[in-house]
Structures are given as C-alpha cells and as structure tokens.
Ligand binder design. Structure first.
Ligand code: SF4
Length: 188
C-alpha cells in the first residue's frame, strides 16, 4: 500500500502504481504485461511475481525486480550482473521509474520471439538473461544515466548463487535455450 495507508512504508505505491501504468499505456496501449509496486521490502503486494516489479527501497526510491511470472512459477530478481557481482537499479528515483519500464517494454516488443505472446514478458527477461537486459539499459538514451553499478550486497548474494546455478543448467547442451546476441541489440 505504501504512503499514506501503511505505517511501515518507505514510499508510495498505492497511488504511484496507477499513475505509472497510465503513463506507460499512453504509449503502449492497454498493457497485457504485469507491473507491480510495493511500498517497502515486505512486498505484501508481491511485486516480484510480476514481469516488472518495483520494491520501495527508500523515500521515493524503488528497486527493480525483473522476470517474475504471474503463473507463480518464477519470482523476479534484482538486476544483477552475475559475472561482475554488480547490482543495478537498486534505488531508482520515482520520477525515473517509468523510463526504465518504457525501455524494458521496448526491449521486449523488439526482441520477443514468435512464441512470446502477450503476457510473456517475464519469461522473455528470463530467457535473454540479465546481462543482455543490463547491456540494453546501459545503451538506452532514457536509462543509461541510471546504470551506475553497485557491488552486490551480502543479502543479495543468494540470488547470485541461485542464478549462477540456473544459468549453468540452461547453457548445458540439453537445454535447447537461445538468447539475443549482443550484436543484435539496437535502439533504432
Ligand atoms: S509492502 Fe506491506 S508493509 Fe510494506 S508498505 Fe506495502 S503494505 Fe506496508
């Protein structure tokens, strides 16, 4: 709920989320993809079950959690480069959140596969992997200024361990997974 309803909140969510959706739908039309916002790290509204989740991480600051799926099979995770141990978009100012969402939706619309129909954005982010998402956002004119990395905090290391194990499994010859090649990324 966030401000003003919940005394535990770091920041707003109840009023912030509909405004965010309105801004995005002005450009993208009715969104078939799921976006969630919570007012603090308790995450009562379970934003990590959405393709794009925002968790209140300070006053008017939000942390991205990416790649949740509304079928309940996957939780979104912080945007971590698992090669370098750096985390991105940990404290995004409220006024910049729509830019990140806009760039992420653009990435999805541009590079999703034929099988990735409406409602598949969480699965898309999981397929391409966090490194490609970071690369896209670092080169995108709307988000590049937000992409200063921080070293992964100890409490986030569990995500890194889990992701390394999963990516190692997915890159095995039996997985049959494909990903977007870095050279194919373009904002044109
Ligand atoms: S996530 Fe839960 S505890 Fe945190 S602000 Fe929202 S309702 Fe309150």
């Amino acid at each position: 709920m966030g401000f003003p309803t919940c005394k535990l909140s770091f920041t707003d969510s109840e009023r912030f989320e509909p405004k965010l959706i309105d801004v995005l739908e002005e450009k993208w039309g009715d969104l078939a993809e799921s976006i969630g916002v919570s007012g603090c790290v308790a995450q009562c509204s379970r934003p990590a079950t959405r393709a794009i989740g925002w968790v209140g991480s300070g006053y008017e600051l939000y942390m991205l959690k990416l790649g949740g799926t509304t079928d309940g099979r996957h939780q979104g995770e912080p945007l971590i480069d698992y090669e370098t141990g750096e985390v991105y978009l940990y404290q995004v100012p409220a006024g910049e959140v729509w830019k990140v969402c806009d760039a992420l939706i653009e990435f999805y619309v541009k590079y999703r596969g034929p099988e990735e129909v409406d409602g598949s954005m969480g699965y898309f982010f999981r397929r391409v992997g966090t490194r490609k998402v970071i690369e896209w956002l670092k080169s995108h004119p709307k988000t590049r200024h937000l992409m200063a990395p921080k070293k992964v905090q100890s409490k986030l290391l569990g995500y890194a361990e889990l992701r390394r194990a999963r990516e190692s499994l997915q890159s095995s010859p039996q997985s049959g997974r494909t990903s977007v090649a870095p050279s194919t990324l373009s904002h044109a």
